[in-house]
Write a protein that binds this ligand. Structure first.
Ligand SMILES: [Zn+2]
Length: 554
């Protein structure tokens, strides 16, 4: 258009420009990420209380832990989070049982038309806790070599092996030659890996080299076992067998047992193979006598979803509010140095006078992050599904609170579409400043690839995305974190989980895990990422698909 324009035209043009600019401003206003519902100052003030000396290190069964439970309940009530514990309260009583067991369990093995039965204590040993009475037959028996999934040492004993419903047999207490002491946790967890993560119906290993029969477990002081789990729940047996049983089991196998035993002792290669024509019939039969009951509390709250079609389904959030407590013993200083008697964890040199393990990071950080999430959902936009918050007790003593909740849920567990677990998100791994943006995710892809993707998108949508690191999702990661916090109790029920942590550091389980060392800005960014992930899951029109493809991201 030529330049000779009249005044009216200029006025019109200016008005249009201003209108355009204000429209732009409004759009820009909308695009700017809304103010985060997670406020760093709140996290700091809550954690200062939760990790204060007056809470005595929040050990299970301590008054300090009781104070923490009351503090949580008071805030949930104030924010309008619904109680979801027992009888309309925020507290779920957790019963931790000391149990003596009388076993009549046995396994009958059939090989090439011949059968032999081995009873507990005579050629085979069952653990004291084998769950409820039941009998079942396994007709797929897999010899899994060393029973390791350790790509780092080129040991993939389960590659291309369909383990769900099969019996897994592994040998070699030390593992192959390439196995290092750093693999101590993985080596110790092989039976559990086979049953819990690969879905094997039973795991069998040798009692010990050259042992004809495992030594019967004499009755020791105190109960045979302590558990918060249902005594009648079906549990896949982990048994140890003597030479007699193993000779018979491998009597028609491509390689006889004695040769496998020799190779395992020599830490030579142990090629996996299927034992064709072999079946195992288990009679799980134990009587339990409860000889002690100890009580604790989970703290449980719900924010109801807005969509009536989806509000009876849940996105679950978890943390543990207990820690290891304090040292009852005194400090001794002598030629052997300075020691603190009765320390429930490590004593940081120079801090011997501090008798309280405050657990600011472990897991005070997760405890208050969950408080921020509960308030954000209770007071912010309400998603379609409901949100379930569980502050677990007794995690430090064996995942008691989460095991109990998973076996005695206060909502239907089959309505929980995913569980997001937070344990130690307040520091940099090894206190390395280069980790300022890094958070570790464990298990995000193991049960649901879709959950993994949703979390990645949620992070990418943040104003300041975090660096998501999957190093600890490696099945052969030395720390084996996948089995070491409360998400594991939900994963064991088939629920897709993500475990969020910033990793270990010099104050882990030390008396110097203090609030003064917490990276609050980082912690609130991680809480924001979890909020965003939870919101997306809660608005999803379907439950994340459970494809159970195991760990791939690492
Ligand atoms: Zn912890």
């Amino acid at each position: 258009m030529p330049m000779r324009m009249g005044r009216t035209l200029r006025v019109v043009r200016t008005v249009a420009l201003v209108a355009a600019l204000s429209l732009l401003a409004r759009v820009a206003g909308d695009a700017a990420p809304p103010a985060s519902p997670i406020r760093t100052a709140d996290l700091q003030s809550w954690l200062t209380y939760v990790s204060a000396d007056e809470l005595e290190g929040r050990a299970l069964f301590s008054s300090g832990l009781g104070l923490a439970a009351g503090y949580l309940a008071d805030h949930l009530r104030e924010w309008g989070v619904q109680p979801a514990g027992d009888a309309g309260s925020y507290l779920q009583t957790v019963r931790i049982l000391g149990v003596n067991a009388t076993s009549r369990s046995s396994v009958t093995i059939s090989v090439g038309g011949q059968s032999r039965t081995f009873t507990d204590g005579a050629g085979v040993a069952f653990p004291s806790f084998v769950g409820g009475k039941r009998s079942f037959t396994i007709d797929r028996v897999e010899f899994a070599g060393y029973g390791l999934d350790a790509p780092a040492i080129a040991e993939r004993d389960y590659a291309d092996r369909r383990m769900r419903g099969a019996a897994a047999i592994w040998l070699g207490s030390q593992g192959p030659k390439a196995a290092t002491s750093a693999m101590r946790r993985q080596l110790a967890g092989r039976s559990r890996y086979a049953t819990d993560q690969l879905g094997a119906a039973a795991a069998i290993t040798a009692a010990g080299p050259r042992e004809t029969a495992p030594a019967p477990a004499g009755r020791q002081e105190g109960p045979d076992f302590t558990t918060a789990q249902r005594l009648d729940a079906p549990i896949a047996p982990h048994v140890t067998a003597g030479r007699d049983l193993l000779d018979f089991l491998f009597s028609r196998a491509p390689v006889p047992y004695r040769e496998l035993e020799r190779r395992a002792e020599a830490r030579e290669a142990l090629a996996p193979f299927t034992l064709d024509g072999v079946t195992m019939r288990f009679e799980i039969d134990a009587d339990y006598e409860v000889v002690r009951t100890q009580l604790g509390h989970n703290v449980v709250g719900i924010v109801r979803g807005a969509d009536p079609r989806l509000a009876d389904t849940y996105v679950a959030f978890g943390a543990h509010y207990d820690h290891v407590g304090y040292a009852e013993g005194e400090v001794t200083r002598d030629g052997g140095g300075t020691r603190r008697a009765g320390a429930p964890g490590r004593v940081t040199p120079g801090a011997e006078d501090d008798r309280i393990w405050n657990g600011a990071d472990d897991d005070g950080s997760g405890t208050v992050a969950l408080m921020a999430l509960a308030r954000a959902f209770a007071q912010g936009p309400r998603p379609h599904r409901s949100l379930l918050f569980v502050w677990h007790t007794g995690e430090e003593r064996g995942l008691y609170g989460s095991r109990y909740f998973a076996d005695h849920p206060t909502v239907r567990l089959d309505r929980v579409v995913a569980q997001l677990n937070v344990d130690m998100i307040g520091r940099n791994r090894d206190d390395d400043p280069a980790e300022a943006d890094t958070v570790y995710l464990v298990g995000s892809d193991r049960i649901s690839t879709e959950l993994h993707a949703i979390n990645r998108e949620a992070n990418a949508a943040l104003a300041r995305p975090l660096a998501l690191d999957y190093e600890m999702n490696d099945p052969s990661d030395p720390e084996q974190l996948y089995t070491r916090s409360d998400h594991y109790s939900y994963a064991a029920k088939g629920i897709p989980i993500i475990f969020f942590t910033t990793g270990l550091h010099p104050d882990y389980h030390a008396n110097t895990d203090e609030v003064s060392r917490i990276e609050f800005d980082k912690m609130s960014r991680i809480a924001q990422m979890i909020y965003e992930t939870g919101r997306r899951l809660a608005d999803l029109d379907h439950a994340p698909t459970r494809d159970n493809l195991g760990p791939r991201a690492y």
